[in-house]
Design a protein around this ligand. Structure first.
Ligand SMILES: [Zn+2]
Length: 242
């Protein structure tokens, strides 16, 4: 496949262009800085690409603003009264000083009680919450694999969780290993399920081509709705690559 990569200036915007054997032009805006990347069909000339970017400038700017918001959101103070998300719901953080083991619990479906030692720093508090998020995500995986492995017709060797900036999930086909973005635990449950199934289907088909979409349609007919939910949920990274 011939690729031709270059950077183009459009209205003060620096745009990375990649030519590929594809039918449609795709514009993506990536966190955390709002980098713009265009994937363009081979036969499309520079001027056509420039016009396509210009016609999407409003959309691009909106995405970049969203990332600014996201960056602010991620630089939390970890103090009482802040909003934090878990499985698609918003909770008000309640930081409680407590001499025992640090913990997190959901209270009355509205509060996320974070118990930390007196004098715990912001980073200490965040670490406790991230560990809790990780455990909550981890504990869902066995049941989801049990449900989806027979439907997809594949056995997953291992699922790992990590913080990723540009992907919701990724996989290694040879090792049959899947990585899920820790952020998924903040999204509605169907989003986690969708990304897991998406990566399982990648174990058969690497590319997002017709075969991939056919498999997804057979295995999880509502996947487009789930994808939309993922991109619409609070704290969404619009146009993430997955
Ligand atoms: Zn994918």
């Amino acid at each position: 496949m011939i690729t031709d990569n270059f950077t183009m200036e459009v209205s003060g915007l620096s745009v990375d262009v990649v030519r590929k054997d594809i039918k449609n032009l795709h514009v993506s805006v990536y966190p955390p800085n709002g980098r713009v990347r265009v994937a363009a069909p081979q036969q499309l000339d520079d001027e056509a690409i420039r016009l396509a970017v210009i016609s999407r400038l409003g959309w691009i700017r909106r995405q970049q603003k969203g990332f600014d918001y996201q960056t602010r959101q991620s630089q939390r103070e970890m103090v009482t009264g802040e909003s934090h998300y878990y499985q698609g719901r918003r909770y008000l953080l309640d930081v409680v000083a407590h001499d025992g083991r640090p913990s997190v619990r959901i209270v009355n479906n509205t509060r996320m009680e974070l118990r930390v030692r007196p004098g715990a720093t912001r980073d200490d508090r965040e670490k406790v919450l991230l560990q809790w998020y990780r455990r909550r995500l981890r504990e869902q995986i066995p049941l989801l694999l049990k449900k989806w492995e027979p439907k997809v017709g594949v056995e997953v060797a291992e699922v790992r969780i990590k913080k990723m900036k540009t992907r919701w999930g990724t996989c290694n086909r040879e090792a049959r290993r899947i990585w899920l973005n820790l952020e998924l635990i903040k999204k509605p449950a169907v989003c986690l399920e969708y990304i897991l199934v998406h990566e399982m289907v990648h174990l058969f088909e690497r590319h997002h081509n017709d075969r991939f979409r056919d498999l997804m349609d057979q295995i999880m007919p509502q996947w487009r709705l789930f994808r939309e939910t993922l991109n619409r949920a609070p704290l969404a990274y619009e146009e993430w690559k997955y």
